[in-house]
Design a protein around this ligand. Structure first.
Ligand SMILES: O=C[C@H](O)COP(=O)(O)O
Length: 231
């Protein structure tokens, strides 16, 4: 019913200047394909194996996600890094696996509260993004970056637009140093308690190109309100 609500809302009103996708847990991707194929809402996965194939029981290879016509795959979400011990090196391998399978990785970076308080925000996110940039090479144009301060995820605490823009500008500069042409079009999303009432101000920032929405995406009306803010 969530997918149907999103599709109905996207079809009901013109949203010419924004695009959206739903990234679902792997068991629901067939359902995403059934409901969303041929429509304006793309879909993708929340994680992937770094291995392209082989005997890795329980893992979901990028080729399997491609079988369900995923456009996007989130890699390096802070919950994967924190609860599953994923290193930036592993996240980079996952990004490459996604690209190799013809999909777009959404590469998440972000600092913890302790890291921010220690003045390490830029060093942390630069290191996380740098590991990916080192491995994807000239395919940097085909990635999406998501800045998600860990302390803002699911907490109701949102980075102020100025705080978020500061980090986004830093990430843009890092992308520019890698490939100036690609950096102009790589989307940098903000995630962390983005809601209908703060989305417009966040996305008005010059280097915030959209949102990676968690809790607010679980209500179609809120997701659609954020999409209209993006538009
Ligand atoms: O992937 C989404 C992020 O974890 C943001 O979650 P949130 O909007 O519930 O804070």
């Amino acid at each position: 019913s969530l997918l149907a609500g999103i599709v109905a809302g996207v079809n009901a009103a013109a949203i010419p200047n924004a695009a959206c996708a739903v990234c679902a847990p792997a068991p629901y991707l067939a359902q995403c394909q059934d409901v969303l194929a041929g429509g304006p809402v793309a879909w993708g996965a929340q994680d992937v194996s770094a291995q392209p194939g082989g005997a890795y029981t329980g893992e979901v290879a990028a080729s399997m996600l491609a079988d369900f016509a995923c456009t996007y795959v989130i890699v390096g979400h802070s919950e994967r890094r924190a609860y599953h011990g994923e290193s930036s090196g592993l996240v980079a391998k996952k990004a490459v696996a996604v690209l190799d399978a013809g999909m777009t990785p959404i590469v998440c970076v972000g600092e913890t509260l302790a890291e921010r308080d220690a003045g390490q925000t830029v060093a942390v996110v630069s290191s996380q993004l740098g590991a990916v940039l080192d491995l994807v090479g000239e395919r940097v144009a085909n990635i999406v970056v998501a800045y998600e301060p860990v302390w803002a995820i699911g907490t109701g605490k949102t980075a102020t637009p100025a705080m978020a823009q500061e980090v986004h500008a830093q990430l843009r500069a890092q992308l520019t140093a890698k490939n100036a042409v690609a950096a102009e079009t790589v989307q940098i999303l903000y995630g962390g308690s983005m809601k209908p009432d703060n989305a417009l101000e966040l996305m008005a920032q010059p280097d915030i190109d959209g949102g990676l929405i968690g809790g607010a995406a679980l209500k179609a009306a809120d997701f659609l309100a954020i999409l209209h803010a993006a538009n």
